[in-house]
Design a protein around this ligand. Structure first.
Ligand code: NAD
Length: 396
């Protein structure tokens, strides 16, 4: 397997919001990058987005002494032919749509056509790395590397093994992660030895959508405007955006696909509700299509948060995250909760649930018991470690 110092050529598959961001930081780190997508216009748009991103870095004075955008872009190529694009790749980041069959096809094709030492890193939000790698000819070289949006600003990357991944492949992923610059500070490249679909962050962030789905559908039934739901979430206090705006920002389909995946892996309670399903069927995927919960056609929508609906309790979302964090500890995905809180803060800019959870776990367990009784969403039942407060002694 290749030595980290010998990783020079990186291919990024998928020129969407994540792929462009990953390609940008890989270029900033000095690697040669090939950006691949299925159509010429998509990949051209990706290249334009990378240039725009670099321009913003330059304006902030953070491009580095004597380094120009054209200098950086001279190391960037584009392709719509994956098989030939990976011929000399040492490392491949996969950031295609969150569909397992597509990710598997991409993984197989990359592993068939790249040099034997090449490592394949999937940016999947929810799938098992083991499943993505299962039909490939080198599952030992397949890892998960999960970035956050925007990649250049959110400093965390979670690096995880599949069942067949070697320690060496994981080590290289962690090292590459550390080398990718982040404008807010040092990149936190987190090593996760045991497989967890959704890594750490999405394991915490996806279960609250069971609750939000229920709220969205209730709001639809009652004719409550979305901005009142965002106002309930005390947007920009607890979280940078309310749940409707955030879903639009991240892509309604991304949330929808994550729920479909968790529905298969964990529980039918994750099935997308009416509101999300309708938005996806109508092609209203949020910011990227110009319409979702809100109208983004004229740029960022103006959202008035002065009137609350009074149906969403943000504390319940924190309680759900604490419960899921405790499940990660019970499953021994991580040995202490500090790393969970660190991932949440550096990946999402939201504090993790354990700080307030230490004071509130009894109240929050009761809240979850009550919500389960009301909604029958049994997946949200508080686990033993949460109810007992036993997690408090597991900081490290
Ligand atoms: P996106 O829809 O913006 O981009 C996906 C791109 O993949 C599209 O340009 C599409 O044309 C391309 N694509 C599809 N099939 C392909 C193929 N066979 N070969 C090459 N390109 C192909 O999606 P995104 O938000 O950038 O998400 C990409 C991945 O990153 C998903 O797995 C998602 O779950 C994950 N992710 C997303 C976020 C987020 O906040 N959006 C955060 C972390 C991880």
């Amino acid at each position: 397997m290749v030595d980290i110092s010998k990783v020079k050529n990186i291919t990024v598959v998928g020129a969407g919001v994540m792929g462009n961001g990953i390609a940008q930081v890989a270029l900033m780190a000095g690697f040669n990058v090939i950006l691949v997508d299925v159509k010429e216009n998509i990949v051209n748009n990706g290249i334009a987005k990378i240039k725009e991103g670099l321009k913003k870095v330059q304006i902030k004075g953070k491009l580095g002494e004597g380094i120009s955008i054209s200098n950086i872009m001279s190391r960037c190529r584009k392709s719509i032919d994956l098989s030939s694009a990976v011929k000399e790749s040492d490392f491949v980041f996969e950031a295609v749509v969150e569909k397992l069959d597509i990710k598997k096809q991409v993984c197989d094709l990359v592993m068939e056509n790249s040099p034997p030492h090449c490592i394949f890193a999937s940016n999947t939000s929810t799938f098992r790395i083991t499943d993505i790698a299962e039909d490939s000819n080198k599952p030992e070289n397949v890892i998960g590397m999960h970035f956050f949006l925007p990649v250049v600003l959110q400093c965390c990357v979670e690096v995880m093994k599949g069942e067949k991944t070697t320690d060496k492949a994981l080590d290289i992923g962690v090292e590459i992660g550390k080398r990718l610059p982040c404008l807010k500070g040092k990149r936190l490249s987190v090593r996760i030895e045991k497989e967890s679909p959704g890594f750490i962050a999405n394991r915490l962030l996806t279960p609250p959508i069971i609750y939000l789905n229920w709220i969205f559908d209730l709001a639809l039934e009652k004719g409550i405007p979305w901005e009142q739901i965002d106002a309930d979430a005390e947007a920009r206090k607890l979280t940078p955006m309310g749940p409707c705006e955030l879903t639009d920002y991240l892509g309604v389909d991304t949330t929808y696909n994550a729920l479909k995946s968790y529905e298969k892996i964990f529980s039918s309670d994750f099935a997308p509700g009416k509101v999300l399903t309708n938005l996806v069927v109508e092609g209203n995927l949020g910011r990227k299509t110009g319409r979702g919960f809100y109208d983004w056609t004229a740029g960022k929508p103006e959202i008035f948060l002065n009137k609350k609906a009074g149906i969403l309790n943000p504390e319940i979302t924190m309680a759900i995250m604490l419960n899921e964090g405790c499940k990660l500890l019970e499953e021994k995905i991580v040995s202490g909760y500090k790393i969970i809180d660190d991932v949440m803060l550096t990946g999402t800019s939201m504090p993790g649930p354990f700080g307030p959870g230490k004071r509130n776990y009894i109240k929050w367990s009761k809240m979850l018991e009550d919500f389960v009784e009301l909604s029958d969403k049994k997946y949200l039942k508080p686990c033993e470690l949460m109810k007992s407060g036993g997690f408090i002694n597991m900081r490290k």
